[in-house]
Design a protein around this ligand. Structure first.
Ligand code: SF4
Length: 69
């Protein structure tokens, strides 16, 4: 079961940390807010690290409804 990644656009401050850690999963859109480009673009450990590294905790990651980040 793949990770489900949700970004709270109101909370994201556009730091780009997520796209640094998992560049094939996250990117910044034209508004400078993070988006998910491919939820399986990077290894899961990188995606989880990216989520944990968000300075504003804008990223939530779940699997089967179970919270991981
Ligand atoms: S790490 Fe968090 S605050 Fe920074 S761009 Fe990604 S979602 Fe936004």
């Amino acid at each position: 079961m793949a990770l489900e990644i949700v970004i709270d656009r109101e909370v994201c401050m556009g730091s780009g940390n997520c796209s640094f850690w998992a560049p094939n999963t996250f990117d910044l859109d034209d508004d400078g807010v993070a988006i998910v480009t491919d939820p399986v673009g990077d290894p899961e450990d990188k995606v989880i690290l990216a989520g944990q590294g968000c300075p504003t905790q804008a990223i939530s990651i779940t699997r089967n409804g179970e919270k991981i980040v």
